[in-house]
Design a protein around this ligand. Structure first.
Ligand code: MN
Length: 247
């Protein structure tokens, strides 16, 4: 099997190293990842600047672009074969609920899904510098093995969130739906040393509605959460309502 690994925390992040090492059990792993942290860049693609690639060691490519750029570079240029699976992560921090739209980790899996390649985004629900990335990597390995054995339903990629605890404390894996944030972060405004105002977004710890069946509810109780996602954002119910408008 050929597996491509990427992330948004940068190629030297502990999460991607643990993930690449664990997935080595399944086949050949090629890492194509941003050369620095690119968290919360969403599904952005670099169109107005050239991209540079640095092969740090065999099979480890650093790209001075976004996670979406990395998936494109890997699949269309760097990997000798189309990968059987793309795994993005392990992100330092959960990607739950509405936050998936900001996430570079999730966007990389989305991009692979657009190219018809099975894809998994993996995040660790931690704020610690040294989270349980090795335990999380074993979980990711198990899920990757299932995806390779069974394939994924059409138009589906997986958003996996793993509680930050030792392997023996992890509760059974649950299939969940996307939760909802209970409030939006604040903006801090301050004055810089030259007397000009500056603003800083989102210093508040995200809070979610703790509804049963959601990704947040599962992870908050030490369950591994798998949310199947798709890219069609159409609100089909609204199509009916809007079609009543006299347009
Ligand atoms: Mn990140």
């Amino acid at each position: 099997m050929n597996i491509m690994v990427t992330n948004d925390d940068g190629i030297n992040a502990p999460g991607i190293l643990a993930l690449a090492a664990a997935l080595g059990e399944l086949g050949t792993v090629t890492v194509v990842a941003p050369d620095r942290e690119r968290s919360a860049v969403g599904h952005s693609l670099t169109l107005h600047a050239p991209l540079r690639v640095f092969e740090l060691r065999p099979g480890f490519y650093a790209v001075d672009g976004t996670p979406t750029d990395c998936v494109n570079m890997g699949i269309h240029s760097l990997l000798p074969h189309r990968p059987d699976l793309v795994v993005s992560g392990i992100n330092h921090g959960a990607n739950l609920g509405d936050d998936v739209t900001y996430s570079g980790t999730v966007a990389a899996a989305m991009e692979a899904n657009l190219m018809g390649i099975p894809a998994i985004a993996v995040s660790l629900n931690t704020t610690e510098r040294r989270g349980h990335f090795d335990a999380a990597a074993r979980v990711a390995l198990g899920i990757a093995r299932q995806v390779l054995a069974n394939g994924l339903p059409a138009d589906t990629f997986l958003n996996v969130n793993i509680p930050d605890c030792p392997a023996e404390k992890l509760q059974p894996t649950l299939i969940t739906r996307q939760g909802k944030r209970s409030f939006v972060g604040t903006i801090i405004d301050k004055t810089d040393p030259r007397g000009r105002k500056y603003y800083w977004i989102g210093s508040v710890t995200p809070a979610f509605n703790d509804e049963e069946g959601t990704d947040f509810h599962a992870v908050n109780r030490d369950h591994v959460s798998i949310t199947p996602l798709h890219l069609d954002l159409t609100n089909y119910e609204s199509m009916k309502a809007l079609s009543q408008w006299p347009l």
